[in-house]
Design a protein around this ligand. Structure first.
Ligand code: ADP
Ligand code: MG
Length: 229
């Protein structure tokens, strides 16, 4: 059995001063290393809030989050940013590729942010990764010269390039047609199988669950269903 990568205890997020609204209510759960978790629930149920809290993009009102035994919820902004840059990969609904960089340069960004060397060897590794995600033919293209699906697969390659422990994706296919979305999900599955990385993916789509998949359902800030296939 794999050990826990993420431990969440009593995680709560409250907005408002006079009228308080709990958008995440006392969530407690663990996520195993190398697992693939789908996070589903209606719009406004707290999915993005949950991702932002566990990755330290946002601060919890109360509760604790550990990733690899590091207490994220006690870190200051600078420590969280450092932790994210070295250990986490992000994919959002919009690709957030840098428009003035080509796809390959975008994929290399995590290494630059981690202040690692970017030489011939690293570029070759990035090109190989782009071939894996089906973009070997467009790695020199700029974001505006790629389709939505290609942009999103570039964003996934970039998330992986930094060799994170955890990749979170927040509705990564939200802006894609269904064929491109299928390709993105197939790619996520392939990468999950090939790499030693844990994935959490927020999705609106109907998931065709496969063995080992975990599906967490959020409703009004609470986990109402937690199924592992
Ligand atoms: N900065 C904020 N201030 C006040 N309420 C917020 C803020 N961000 C999100 N919310 C509220 O928190 C709830 C959960 O939002 P969110 O996590 O974005 O849901 P989801 O990603 O599931 O659509 C929603 O009701 C939303 O309106
Ligand atoms: Mg959201």
């Amino acid at each position: 059995m794999n050990k826990d990568l993420i431990v969440v205890k009593g995680l709560t997020k409250t907005y408002g001063k006079k009228i308080k609204t709990d958008v995440l209510k006392n969530v407690t759960l663990n996520i195993k290393e190398h697992s693939l978790t789908w996070l589903v629930g209606a719009s406004g149920s707290g999915k993005t809030t949950f991702l932002n809290l566990i990755t330290g993009l946002d601060e919890a009102s109360s509760g604790e989050v550990y990733i690899s035994d590091k207490l994220i919820t006690q870190m200051n902004e600078k420590e969280r940013a450092h932790f994210r840059a070295h250990h986490l990969g992000f994919v959002f609904q919009f690709h957030y590729l840098l428009p003035e960089f080509n796809a390959l340069e975008n994929v290399l960004l995590p290494l630059r942010i981690q202040k690692k060397r970017v030489g011939k060897k690293e570029k070759a590794a990035a090109i190989k990764l782009m071939e894996t995600v089906g973009l070997g033919h467009v790695y020199h293209h700029y974001p505006k010269e790629m389709s939505g699906g290609e942009q999103q697969r570039t964003a996934i390659a970039r998330a992986i390039m930094g060799k994170p422990k955890l990749i979170v994706a927040d509705e990564p296919t939200g802006n894609l047609d269904s064929a491109s979305a299928e390709q993105v999900y197939a790619l996520i599955r392939k990468l999950h199988q090939d790499l030693e990385t844990t994935f959490i993916i927020v999705t609106h789509a109907n998931i065709k669950a496969e063995a080992g998949d975990r599906i967490l359902t959020l409703k009004d800030g609470e986990i109402i269903k937690d199924v592992t296939f």
